[in-house]
Design a binder for this molecule. Structure first.
Ligand SMILES: Cc1cc2nc3c(=O)[nH]c(=O)nc-3n(C[C@H](O)[C@H](O)[C@H](O)COP(=O)(O)OP(=O)(O)OC[C@H]3O[C@@H](n4cnc5c(N)ncnc54)[C@H](O)[C@@H]3O)c2cc1C
Length: 395
């Protein structure tokens, strides 16, 4: 592995930095609104997210890593990781399930019609997506899902319920798993569908999380008629399509590096006198925690780059992606725990007087909790590392 970026990559990073410093509104990264993800944002930030993603699309950066034959910029995984890292540093709206998950899945498994219809719309930031995998009784054990799809002429009729569906309130389309053969072993009776969210019979109900955000939803399907041509891959082989989507989901670098900036801000804050007149970093325990976090983020960053590097070599990261996800999310939670360094003032939320870091810490703390659950819990990542990485027996 080469621990340096090429001069071309560094020049590209400079170009991205200049773009972000021009395009992002003043103080974008400093407010406590949280990431402008699909669903995580208020309406104004969501509207900006759409505009911003179109600006990325115009430069070909939205689909930087997609192959050129599918309209992408054909950048390698390392440059893509570098781009994501820079975007995360500026807290720029980067989360896009079309670009990161379903687009690459359609490239691998979609029909010619899927590619022709969906890829340009995703590439040009014209449509947004949500992921309909989890159900009330099926999260870690996703293959036990119960939503049913029954063939009826040229269509399937779908009935069931999804949960924790991020961004469903904004999404134009949902990529969704449903059981097409209830008698087959659980992994072999599932199919992967692309469904227009405007189809009659779909109801989206908000779930507000403990940070008081409407990030995810319940999605109900009642006799939803979906053309059979909207199935990706073969009938009953959808599990294998979905695992590809999940691999794309787990291998991101953004979640690791998004904390690096906050660590820098907290380190700076620790060196200034607090309301009691003392510098927090006079306390050796604070200095040790900052040092541990610095080491943690350095390791997390290289674990994430290792995943990108393996992809650039044509290797398939598996336990390596799990290690990156497990480690990166844990270190971000430890960082959020630094809220107690700030004393009672650290609990002030929002851009109010005396709130350190514009009142961002309570938000960071609450939003760090789901990191070790989303995209596969830490226990599941450890199972993968144990069985696939270390060859230990399944429990
Ligand atoms: C912020 C956020 C966004 C999300 N967005 C989406 C989305 O857009 N679309 C979507 O489909 N889903 C989404 N999810 C759902 C997510 O994929 C599930 O929450 C996750 O897979 C865990 O499933 P569960 O919540 O049902 O927990 P469960 O699977 O019920 O797990 C409960 C506990 O048991 C542990 N456990 C379960 N099985 C094992 C095992 N075999 N070995 C050891 N421990 C085990 C788990 O680690 C966990 O601690 C999101 C979740 C979060 C937090």
């Amino acid at each position: 592995m080469e621990f340096r970026f090429s001069a071309e990559d560094e020049a590209f990073r400079g170009e991205v930095v200049r773009f972000l410093e021009t395009e992002l509104p003043p103080r974008w990264a400093d407010t406590s609104e949280g990431p402008a993800e699909e669903g995580a944002a208020n309406d104004e930030r969501w509207a900006f997210t759409r505009t911003f993603q179109r600006s990325l699309a115009e430069r070909g950066w939205l689909t930087l890593g997609w192959p050129t034959e599918h309209g992408g910029a054909g950048a390698g995984p390392v440059r893509q990781a570098m781009f994501n890292e820079t975007m995360a540093h500026y807290r720029a709206p980067s989360y896009n399930q079309g670009v990161d998950r379903v687009g690459p899945t359609i490239i691998m498994y979609g029909s010619a019609e899927h590619k022709e219809f969906f890829l340009p719309a995703i590439r040009n930031a014209e449509i947004t997506w949500c992921q309909g995998f989890s159900e009330p009784g099926s999260g870690s054990d996703l293959a036990s899902l119960q939503t049913r799809a029954v063939r009826d002429g040229d269509d399937y009729i779908i009935n069931g319920q999804k949960i924790w569906t991020s961004g469903a309130q904004h999404a134009d389309w949902i990529f969704c798993l449903a059981r097409t053969d209830p008698d087959a072993p659980k992994h072999r009776g599932i199919s992967f569908f692309l469904i227009d969210m405007r189809t009659p019979g779909i109801t989206v109900r908000p779930l507000v999380n403990m940070a008081d955000r409407h990030h995810f939803n319940e999605v109900f399907f009642e006799d939803v008629r979906v053309p059979a041509s909207n199935m990706v891959g073969e009938e009953n082989r959808g599990w294998y399509v979905a695992t590809t989507t999940l691999d794309f989901e787990r291998s991101g670098i953004s979640r690791v590096v998004s904390g690096v900036r906050l660590l820098g801000e907290l380190t700076e804050l620790a060196s200034q006198p607090g309301p009691d007149g003392r510098r927090p970093d006079e306390d050796i325990r604070v200095r040790h925690r900052i040092a541990d976090l610095q080491i943690g983020f350095t390791v997390g960053r290289w674990l994430a780059y290792r995943v990108a590097w393996m992809q650039s070599q044509g290797l398939v990261p598996n336990q390596e992606a799990s290690m990156s996800k497990l480690f990166g999310t844990a270190v971000n939670q430890q960082l959020a725990g630094m809220i107690n360094m700030l004393g009672l003032h650290g609990q002030l939320a929002g851009d109010v007087e005396r709130a350190p870091l514009n009142g961002r810490m309570p938000d960071e703390y609450l939003n760090a909790v789901p990191l070790t659950i989303a995209a596969g819990t830490s226990e599941i990542q450890r199972n993968i590392i144990a069985t696939r990485g270390l060859g230990l027996p399944r429990g």
